[in-house]
Design a protein around this ligand. Structure first.
Ligand SMILES: NC(=O)c1ccc[n+]([C@@H]2O[C@H](COP(=O)([O-])OP(=O)(O)OC[C@H]3O[C@@H](n4cnc5c(N)ncnc54)[C@H](OP(=O)(O)O)[C@@H]3O)[C@@H](O)[C@H]2O)c1
Length: 297
């Protein structure tokens, strides 16, 4: 098996920090860079190496792992002066693990490969809380050889790696997964909001679902959040809105008919416009409650 000496993590948000902790505890040396350096103070206090010197991180580490908000953010770190493009070299591997759009994935992969850099799109299903328990799932797109070289890092992060095909297919699988996740959470939100509006006891409604074929762990996690209106984010609503926009764009590109995705995108965009973007993505329930108010029996 390939040996990975160290990983430079680019992006110290919720996912980047959780990945850094996981790799560190699994014995893989890491160093983390984040645009906003102060955000890494907690990690540094835990003894996990952080840096504000991106060019040096790019020079030192053979594996680069990006986990940034979206395509434009990832592209900006690629093309900024002293950024990834300036340090690309054949002995390096780039694991692109953020949920970004499909065209940017293909473009960055193309530019990386032109410089000899080995690229794998490897976005994930599962949030920061799934990382310490190994429940994260990685969907990869790229050459077998790159996947094998990166395998020790991916196995340290995740309980399951699913190779999807050539470059870009990891991103496509991630978009498909978040389309299903959005359906589930919007469904739960509408179920609860409807029940509340018609005057049913939510806990009794939950008793029905919990003991039925409808039950699943996403509902288990998000029902209490909606009921208690506690939207402390694990996955920010603004990033689900971004994923839905990217799903629509890709559906249009490939000719996929996704009528409900249009509605969910409008819903998430409205929730963002109502100031819920930094809340958890389950806060879409708040929007339904807001629009329902005053019309109950
Ligand atoms: N949270 C989850 O449950 C989850 C699960 C699966 C996939 N994802 C995906 O993983 C990615 C990261 O999510 P997260 O939850 O970690 O989000 P987050 O906590 O909001 O972190 C976002 C990261 O992107 C960086 N960033 C944003 N714009 C940037 C720019 N223009 N230049 C450089 N850096 C920029 C942020 O830096 P600053 O701190 O400086 O803003 C931060 O490091 C997203 O693509 C998300 O969709 C998240």
């Amino acid at each position: 098996m390939a040996v990975v000496s160290s990983v430079g993590i680019i992006g110290g948000g919720r996912m980047g920090q959780a990945m850094a902790r996981r790799l560190h505890t699994q014995g893989i040396p890491v160093q983390v860079w984040n645009r906003t350096a102060e955000r890494l103070q907690g990690l540094a206090a835990e003894g996990i190496p952080v840096t504000s010197d991106l060019p040096n991180l790019l020079k030192v580490h053979p594996v680069w792992l990006t986990v940034l908000s979206d395509g434009p953010a990832t592209r900006s770190v690629w093309s900024m002066p002293g950024g990834m493009a300036d340090h690309a070299a054949p002995e390096k591997i780039w694991l692109q693990m953020g949920s970004i759009d499909y065209p940017t994935t293909l473009n960055l992969a193309h530019e990386a490969r032109r410089r000899g850099l080995r690229f794998l799109d490897a976005p994930v299903l599962g949030g920061p809380m799934d990382i310490p328990t190994g429940r994260l799932i990685v969907m990869t797109g790229g050459d077998e050889e790159v996947l094998e070289a990166a395998r020790p890092v991916l196995e340290a992060l995740s309980g399951r790696i699913v190779p999807m095909g050539p470059v870009g297919t990891g991103t496509l699988a991630k978009l498909a997964s978040n389309l299903l996740l959005a359906h589930m959470v919007v469904g739960l939100a509408e179920w609860l909001s409807f029940g509340q509006q018609v005057g049913l006891d939510p806990l009794r409604l939950w008793e029905v679902v919990k003991n039925s074929k409808l039950y699943n762990p996403v509902f288990e996690a998000k029902f209490p959040a909606m009921l208690e209106e506690n939207f402390q984010p694990s996955f920010a609503l603004q990033w689900m809105a971004k994923d839905l926009w990217n799903i629509l764009e890709t559906a249009r590109q490939f000719g996929a008919y996704t009528p409900v995705a249009h509605t969910m995108t409008a819903l998430y965009q409205a929730a963002q416009n109502h100031g819920l973007g930094e809340d958890d993505y389950s806060a879409v329930h708040q929007l339904l409650r807001l629009f329902s108010r005053g019309t109950g029996t």
